[in-house]
Design a protein around this ligand. Structure first.
Ligand SMILES: Nc1ncnc2c1ncn2[C@@H]1O[C@H](COP(=O)(O)OP(=O)(O)OP(=O)(O)O)[C@@H](O)[C@H]1O
Ligand SMILES: C[C@@](O)(CCO)CC(=O)[O-]
Ligand SMILES: [Mg+2]
Length: 328
């Protein structure tokens, strides 16, 4: 999609507060309705209306970080949108990274060829801006998705406290996209409502999820297992995933399509859990190291025959990087 706004119009609506300080991430607050009005004027077709919040986040990040400079911005993304793979966070992190890279707050070298990373304090700033964008898209995000997109690899995250961790063993997952659309904001709100209705039960569910996360982080950081112990290591991870899925079901965020993936992979003795906000979207299936390629092919064929889409991914990757000359 292509949109444009005359700079004068943006200034008029968002106010010519030209003392933009990109070193201090802030929320739109009372400007929120004005941002929405700027996007409503675009008459985005109903089928793509989900993008409206992404466009609002763009306008906010752009005007806060770059002020009212005229520019053309092209955004391309390969992630499926609204499928539980954190496309909203990846979008906000990429935008914040690109906008900050062109600001005075960040010391990247625009003349350097190839991909460059950011310094630690720059990553903190970038992550905080991306979180502001996520808030516009999600309502009340925890910040986990933008933090993972910013830093890469694995993150242990609790109420804003993050610990960067690395797995002693590479983990491989099959990602199945059920292609059932869902809305993260609505799903997260649904969990809050259930927590209000059943306070004690949901407190126990959340506490069990917390214990699963703690146990998982201990397992994956323990010294690299030898060949014999790899299966044991993977079985522990699989069992924790299975319990986590059960608890997510308790929270009301599973879906018939997710249950179909669980049943199908279980036929091949493989464990799966939903990812992202649930309600459809993507499901992760642990692919043990010793699993034969033949079984992987069979499970993929069966899942794809249900109309799902599969891809294999390694867990952990690089965080945000910037490149000024894409052909290099
Ligand atoms: N490439 C993009 N261009 C514009 N907006 C985008 C883009 N990618 C994501 N978004 C915004 O993010 C929204 C989808 O975010 P949402 O949080 O609902 O799903 P997700 O991030 O893919 O999954 P989850 O949050 O469960 O991991 C889109 O509706 C749009 O507003
Ligand atoms: C479902 C959720 O945990 C992640 C969405 O990818 C929501 C959040 O943490 O903000
Ligand atoms: Mg999201």
């Amino acid at each position: 999609m292509e949109f444009s706004w005359p700079i004068e119009k943006v200034k008029e609506v968002l106010g010519e507060s030209n003392n933009v300080d990109c070193s201090k991430p802030i929320s739109p607050g009372s400007l929120s309705s004005k941002l929405q009005a700027l996007v409503e004027e675009l008459n985005i077709p109903e089928a793509k209306i989900g993008l409206a919040s992404g466009v609002e986040a763009f306008l906010w990040l752009y005007t806060c970080i770059q002020g009212f400079k005229p520019a053309t911005v092209i955004f391309a993304s390969e992630l499926p949108i609204g499928s539980g793979l954190g496309s909203s966070a990846a979008y906000c992190v990429a935008l914040s990274g690109a906008l900050l890279a062109l600001s005075s707050s960040v010391k990247v070298d625009v003349s350097q060829q190839g991909w460059q990373g950011f310094e630690d304090d720059e990553l903190t700033l970038l992550n905080n801006w991306a979180f502001e964008g996520e808030k516009i898209i999600h309502g009340r995000p925890s910040g986990i998705d933008n933090t993972v997109s910013t830093y890469g690899n694995m993150i242990k995250f609790k109420s804003g406290n993050l610990t960067r961790i690395t797995s002693s063993l590479p983990l491989r997952m099959l990602i199945t996209n059920t292609k059932v659309g869902r809305n993260t904001k609505a799903l997260v709100a649904g969990v809050s409502e259930r927590a209000k209705r059943h306070h004690d039960v949901m407190t126990s569910v959340f506490s069990a999820v917390d214990s699963i996360s703690n146990e998982l982080s201990e397992i994956i950081q323990s010294p690299a297992p030898n060949d014999l112990a790899v299966t044991e290591f993977e079985e522990k991870v699989g069992e924790l995933m299975e319990m986590n899925q059960g608890l997510l079901q308790c929270m009301g965020v599973s879906h018939a399509s997710i249950e179909t993936v669980l049943r199908t992979t279980l036929k091949y003795k493989l464990t799966s859990k939903l990812t992202g906000a649930g309600g459809g979207g993507c499901v992760l299936t642990l692919l043990p190291t010793l699993l034969s390629a033949n079984v992987v092919d069979k499970v993929i064929a069966e899942l794809e025959s249900c109309g799902f889409q599969c891809l294999i991914a390694g867990i952990g990757g690089k965080g945000v990087q910037v490149c000024f000359n894409i052909s290099s």
